[in-house]
Write a protein that binds this ligand. Structure first.
Ligand code: SR1
Length: 367
């Protein structure tokens, strides 16, 4: 693995193909060699405002992506975005996933540090299992971008979606639909930084809206979250027939709750307010009789792109804000149905705020 952080000015590099990455054990996708006919002139690529650093042009940059979780629409789309950005920047992404096992993620992280990755992206994880290795990385002068996990050091870049706003937007829709009164089923699992932040907003929301009562709480995160949540939601809905809303701020939670409501035939009475969006989520939200009426989301693929851009900037010695936040947008079932939106690409066109090219913009890359 090449540890390259020295800037150099070279010309445009050819667009290179990365082999597909798989999940599970660490894998490496190497870029194809640069075209021998690529011009060597010291000019930026079209649309770019700076020259391509030498190590990027040479394809020498390795960024380790160390994930806690990899199953589910959100994580799959996030990875697709990260891989697309790595390809565009001519970076090799060394991918590993803990598959929900925190010890495995910690080992993968140690390995990335020992192999002297040029930068490390830590994607989710629990603070106590990733912070020791993040400290080792920082001490070894390896730049770190921590997505959705507290890195425990101010030297790492902390990337998040704006989780307080995600919860705020979804709860705004819940309040508008219920008139500020009603029994709510809440889906939550503690320990995941984004869910903990959304929970802070839910806690204040309940105080500010005494007419909204949380009558039950459920939640599980595993490799089949949606079906596990569906089972829990069925039991909670049967035990609490007064529930009219479910606050489920993670798409796997929202899908599980929606399934339970439909199976119980409660879709005219109980509505779901969620988080996240994907093509599969759009299908669930827009299907006839779907109770999932609103979600607040960033485009996961865009967030994956931002993570890779931030890491690349750090490798090149460019300054990056220590706290990067990707803003969400509220997406409603009505908006999707009225707009005939069936996929994430269409949605991003309809809601341009879901693209954030200026968050961690790379000056040598075309936009
Ligand atoms: C288990 S944590 C799941 C959340 O991580 C990302 O922030 C997504 O928004 C998802 O809701």
């Amino acid at each position: 693995m090449i540890h390259a952080r020295v800037l150099g000015a070279v010309g445009v590099f050819a667009a290179l193909a990365l082999a597909g990455c798989s999940q599970g054990t660490p894998t490496t996708a190497a870029p194809a060699p640069a075209s021998p006919s690529a011009p060597a002139a010291a000019t930026p690529s079209i649309g770019a405002t700076a020259e391509v650093p030498a190590e990027f042009a040479a394809g020498d940059v390795h960024i380790a992506l160390v994930r806690q979780l990899s199953s589910g629409d959100y994580f799959e789309q996030w990875l697709a975005g990260a891989q697309a950005e790595a390809k565009a920047l001519n970076v090799t992404l060394d991918l590993s996933s803990g598959d929900g096992n925190n010890d495995k993620q910690a080992l993968n992280l140690e390995q990335a540090v020992n192999q002297k990755a040029d930068a490390i992206i830590v994607d989710h994880g629990f603070a106590q299992t990733v912070q020791p290795a993040i400290k080792k990385a920082v001490d070894a002068d390896i730049p770190v971008v921590a997505f959705d996990v507290d890195p425990g050091t101010p030297e790492a870049v902390a990337l998040s979606q704006d989780d307080h706003l995600i919860a705020d937007q979804a709860l705004g829709a819940l309040k508008a639909d219920t008139g500020g009164t009603g029994e709510v089923l809440y889906v939550y699992v503690a320990g995941f930084a984004p869910l903990d932040r959304r929970n802070e907003t839910w806690t204040s929301f309940k105080k500010d809206n005494p007419g909204i009562k949380q009558v039950a709480q459920i939640g599980v995160v595993n490799s089949s979250t949606a079906s596990a949540v569906a089972d829990q939601a069925k039991a909670a809905l049967q035990a609490n027939p007064g529930i009219t809303a479910v606050f489920a701020p993670y798409d796997e939670f929202a899908k599980g709750a929606s399934l339970a409501i439909k199976e119980l035939g409660l879709q005219d009475k109980v509505k779901v307010y969620g988080a996240d969006i994907s093509t599969a989520d759009i299908a669930v939200m827009t299907e006839p009789g779907s109770p999932w009426v609103a979600t607040s989301a960033a485009d996961p693929s865009n967030v994956g792109r931002v993570a890779v851009r931030a890491a690349a900037l750090l490798v090149a010695g460019h300054p990056v804000d220590k706290a990067l936040k990707v803003p969400p947008a509220l997406i409603t079932q009505k908006q999707l149905r009225d707009g005939g939106i069936t996929g994430i690409e269409q949605l991003v066109e309809a809601v341009p705020a879901l693209q954030t090219p200026d968050v961690a913009r790379v000056p040598w890359a075309a936009r």
